[in-house]
Design a protein. Structure first.
Length: 40
């Protein structure tokens, strides 16, 4: 992770945003799948 130290704030902010979006998409997909299974 230390290689991102040179342009730290921007890279860290971008990485944090990507991780947050990925987790959000995963959570939504999981809830949608669960709701679909319950609906069945």
């Amino acid at each position: 992770m230390n290689k991102f130290r040179l342009n730290g704030s921007l890279a860290e902010r971008f990485t944090a945003r990507v991780i947050t979006i990925a987790l959000t998409v995963y959570a939504v997909a999981l809830v949608a799948e669960t709701a679909g299974l319950v609906a069945l």
